[in-house]
Design a protein around this ligand. Structure first.
Ligand code: TYD
Ligand code: MG
Length: 452
């Protein structure tokens, strides 16, 4: 007879420990371990013959039917894009974000739209049905087909789901639902994990695409992030961009698509509106451009995005000059300063250097190197850079400018937004001229500075 196992799970990092401790040995957080009773797997059956007759026929991969399961298009292209091209039937998706980010609003809009073509079930444990109905009405959404349920009991929700057999289903949120037979409070690791597991089992069996809403704790992590990580197929974060009404939607894990896709929405009085041209937002520069500002084209998933990179170089008052990087990697900044010194003859050892990407965008690409470097030079020399100039390219330790992926598309995006000059890696310089744009290909730091 298999016994259930007691483990202690860290609420922060999700690691499992065999005994309780005041501090998580893995992430070092205090008072985060809580007990979790794991139902036992039938181990004994592994013994010879134990599974005889119970194993499904083994197959090689080429025997498996590859009939493509059509994805469900929601009509919200930004949303579909982040999911990797629409909703995958039977997939389990987690939508995370801070309270007020717009998770409920976005999902309500998506579900109302989908309910016009298929069975859809919207379960809310956080709001009353009246509140949901009022919101849908105010946003002018079609409400006649969407099935709704206000419930927090997992068993009751699954019962309703079994009746409706929806093709898409939302549970808002995973932190308020509870299984009666799990002896801990909603929101705790045991409850969240067990509820998500049961919903997932249902979704996989019924082929229902499931969206679980998850709130994020203050430090930006989903309560017990690792707890759900291995259960779900896709984890999406809805985040506020800076302090504005813009919201970005990003996949952190996606079994069915790329993870670096970006979808942009604006929270308006008519709900969440898609922003089809995000470059225009992140690039709201005034007519007067100060020294130290350079525009670059980052590649976000499958599309280019224009962002402004700023640098401020100033005499340092302390013994240790400051190196502050926001939106770009700190080490990258240090590396660029070293390259600038060694290969550009520019000594910034007695200067504070601040770097920032405007609009709260985070740029992880090395393609930002060249733009950042030019911004530093511009600020140091106190000379403004032509407003019509964009730059991108990776800078190597030998002072060489290395090519980046999708150079052509980046240039087209810049040209579309009225940029007239570009400094790019030589290997990215297009053979055919780009309309209305003068492109300078550079192979080294010295050439880039000369082109400037
Ligand atoms: P909501 O979807 O409830 O956020 P979440 O489910 O992520 O907690 O959105 C709440 C915020 O959005 C709230 O502060 C009000 C604002 N909002 C608007 O500005 N316009 C609207 O049309 C709606 C429905 C909400
Ligand atoms: Mg909500």
């Amino acid at each position: 007879m298999a016994k259930s196992r007691v483990v202690y799970v860290c609420q922060d990092c999700g690691s499992e420990q065999s005994r309780w401790a005041g501090q998580c040995p893995d992430c070092g957080a205090w008072n985060t371990l809580s007990q979790f009773v794991e139902a036992a797997a039938p181990r004994a059956a592994v013994r010879r013959g134990g599974y005889a007759g119970k194993v499904a026929a083994l197959q090689t991969l080429d025997q498996i039917d590859l009939a493509e399961v059509p994805r469900i298009a929601t009509g919200y292209t930004e949303f579909d894009r982040v999911l990797g091209g629409g909703i995958v039937p039977g997939s389990v998706n987690l939508i995370g974000g801070q309270p007020g980010a717009g998770k409920s609003t976005l999902l309500l809009q998506v579900m109302c739209a989908l309910s016009q073509q298929m069975d859809a079930l919207y379960v809310t444990g956080e709001e009353s049905l009246q509140q949901v109905a009022l919101r849908a009405h105010r946003l002018g959404l079609p409400t006649d087909r969407l099935r709704t349920l206000a419930e927090t009991g997992v068993e009751a929700i699954l019962e309703a789901a079994a009746q409706v057999a929806p093709r898409v289903m939302v549970v808002d949120s995973v932190q308020v639902v509870h299984c009666d037979d799990v002896p801990s409070a909603p929101g705790g690791v045991s409850q969240v994990r067990e509820s998500a597991t049961r919903f997932t089992r249902f979704a996989k069996a019924a082929g229902t695409a499931l969206f679980l809403v998850g709130h994020v704790t203050k430090d930006g992590t989903l309560a017990g992030p690792k707890v759900l990580e291995h259960i779900i197929d896709c984890s999406i974060m809805l985040e506020e961009e800076g302090d504005s009404r813009f919201r970005s939607l990003r996949a952190g894990k996606n079994r069915f698509g790329a993870v670096n896709e970006l979808g942009v929405f604006a929270m308006t009085d008519r709900g969440m509106r898609e922003v089809r041209n995000p470059s225009a937002i992140f690039l709201s520069r005034g007519a007067e451009i100060a020294p130290g500002s350079v525009v670059m084209v980052v590649w976000e998933g499958t599309r280019p995005l224009l962002v402004e990179i700023q640098a401020l170089v100033d005499d340092s008052l302390g013994a240790n000059p400051r190196r502050v990087a926001i939106g770009v990697d700190q080490n990258r900044l240090a590396l660029l300063l070293a390259v600038l010194h060694r290969h550009g003859g520019m000594q910034l050892g007695d200067q504070d250097v601040f770097a920032n990407v405007v609009g709260g965008v985070r740029v992880g690409e090395t393609a930002a190197d060249l733009a950042l470097l030019l911004a530093i030079v511009s600020s140091y020399r106190d000379r403004r850079i032509d407003a019509g100039l964009v730059a991108f390219g990776e800078v190597g330790l030998a002072g060489e400018i290395r090519p980046v992926p999708s150079g052509g598309e980046r240039l087209l995006e810049a040209a579309k937004h009225g940029f007239t000059r570009a400094i790019v890696p030589l290997a990215n310089a297009p053979r055919k001229p780009v309309d209305g744009m003068e492109v300078t290909g550079v192979a080294s730091l010295a050439e880039a500075l000369a082109a400037l």
